[in-house]
Design a binder for this molecule. Structure first.
Ligand code: ZN
Length: 501
């Protein structure tokens, strides 16, 4: 007779394969699907999601989890089976606590909300979006009540994306950033003329861009035998399993950054997925542990490595060779400064590494105020603009480039934004620890050697898959809780030098 643990593993495998098949369909939808296939593909996705949901949330899964956990009684916290049960129990609770009727209402609201938002943004008409935002917040309060929380209502929502992280952790993280970054942004703004990034906007043949970015992904360590790269309108990384990880990118013939840094970013996500679980964990656990930790990997390879002077020592001559007409008359220093130009802007997705987290801070403060009723939906645009003025020193003149810019609030994504900043901060904290353990990593990067860094990340982050919650993983990997210290040090050193203070 099979043990409950064995039966549980088989059941979870089936559910994981259904999710993986849905991921494949989702990838295809965004890469190769002919326009006419939209309805069929939506059917594939919703049917697969429904079957997976029924299987995963069934009473049978609940029973097997109980029985298997009894069988494992006494297994250590680090034991892979104990971790599988602990994390799966967490997922099971999360997914069974929200009533099916509420899930259906949210899905319905999101489908309508998205269209209303798209129209409102196009027409710069916040008034027509306000009822959607109001409803989103009401539904999110219901979700939080169903999931339960002890300290702050926001905790329940954040926990879905960053397990175990609390609103208080995020508030502390931003308090540290606010003190140091707001004055840094203001100081850089005063010295705008010190950096000119016009060379990035010359002509760059997209076929050559494609070959160059593929080379960088390969040299970073992306295994093309267990992954591939394709084009997509909105770049993303989709993992079907550690042995099949797909990244996508997009090309702009008149802006070299889009594909270059976009590919580095997605490669960072992909390296995490290809190493997730180290080939030793159940498929369910062989993926990243949270969105924030995931973003730390993409930001590390995109910004800390990819926008460093060291990296371009070897790669700038190669880039120049690839694009002699556009870069032949440019020296490395000009290029390095151009790719690190910082300036306060309105649009989050275009923000540089100095200003980016301030955009997230605005959204976090807005979300908590809207959820707790400190702020009404009608007051929201004014509050948004005031925060941009206070933190970034600029006021958007339309809601289109203000409160209406992000898709998240039309799609029920509340509690999601902080994961971006957690990722940015953590990227610097991991880099600091890795380069303390192996000081040669910096000279390795100058020599286009990335395996010391990748091996450190594999050992300290990737191989653990989902075994540890973000807070546990961060403490184990860096010996400290998450803080803004390393990130602030990194920014002050780098940008102090670029802008001369
Ligand atoms: Zn990312």
């Amino acid at each position: 007779m099979d043990t409950a643990l064995e039966r549980l593993k088989i059941r979870l495998n089936d559910a994981a394969y259904l999710s993986s098949a849905a991921a494949l369909v989702g990838w295809e939808q965004q890469t190769y699907m002919p326009e006419g296939g939209a309805e069929t593909r939506a059917g594939h996705l919703s049917t697969l999601a429904r079957i997976e949901h029924e299987m995963f949330t069934s009473d049978e899964t609940g029973r097997l989890l109980e029985d298997a956990s009894k069988e494992l009684n006494g297994a250590g916290y680090d034991n892979a089976d104990a971790s599988l049960i602990r994390i799966t129990k967490r997922d099971y609770d999360l997914r069974t606590k929200i009533p099916a009727s509420l899930v259906a209402e949210i899905n319905h609201h999101n489908a309508i909300g998205h269209n209303v938002w798209a129209k409102a943004r196009a027409n710069n008409d916040y008034k027509s979006f306000a009822p959607v935002l109001k409803k989103t917040m009401e539904l999110m309060v219901q979700v939080a009540e169903a999931l339960g929380y002890t300290d702050h209502i926001y905790d329940a929502l954040l926990d879905q994306y960053e397990p175990g992280m609390k609103a208080a952790d995020v508030a502390a993280m931003f308090a540290g950033l606010k003190n140091d970054i707001v004055p840094l942004v203001a100081a850089i703004k005063e010295r705008q003329d010190r950096v000119d990034d016009s060379v990035l906007h010359r002509a760059y043949d997209i076929h050559k861009q494609s070959a160059f970015t593929e080379m960088v992904a390969k040299e970073y360590g992306f295994d093309f035998n267990r992954g591939r790269q394709d084009k997509a309108v909105h770049p993303f990384c989709q993992s079907l399993s550690p042995d099949d990880v797909r990244i996508t990118t997009r090309f702009d013939p008149n802006f070299v950054n889009t594909a270059l840094f976009g590919t580095m970013h997605e490669t960072g996500h992909a390296l995490y997925e290809q190493g997730a679980g180290g080939g030793k964990l159940h498929l369910r656990m062989s993926t990243g542990t949270s969105l924030g930790v995931h973003e730390s990997q993409s930001r590390l390879w995109e910004n800390i490595v990819g926008r460093s002077r060291g990296f371009w020592k070897k790669y700038f001559p190669k880039l120049q060779e690839t694009f002699p007409e556009s870069l032949g008359d440019v020296d490395m220093e000009t290029f390095y400064r151009a790719i690190n130009k910082s300036y306060p802007s309105f649009i989050r997705v275009e923000a540089d590494e100095v200003t980016y987290n301030l955009h997230i801070m605005v959204r976090f403060e807005m979300e908590t105020a809207l959820l707790t009723g400190q702020l009404t939906v009608d007051q929201a645009p004014e509050a948004w603009n005031a925060k941009y003025q206070e933190y970034l020193g600029i006021t958007p003149d339309t809601d289109k480039i203000g409160i209406l810019q992000d898709v998240h609030w039309s799609s029920g994504l509340v509690g999601y934004f902080p994961t971006y900043s957690i990722g940015n901060l953590l990227s610097a904290q991991l880099w600091e620890k890795a380069t303390t353990d192996h000081p040669n990593i910096k000279t390795d990067v100058e020599n286009a050697k990335f395996d010391t860094l990748l091996t450190w990340l594999r050992e300290n982050v990737h191989q653990h898959g989902r075994n540890y919650l973000p807070k546990e993983l961060i403490q184990r990997a860096t010996g400290k809780p998450l803080s803004s210290d390393a990130y602030v040090r990194y920014l002050k050193t780098k940008y102090g030098e670029i802008y001369g203070f």
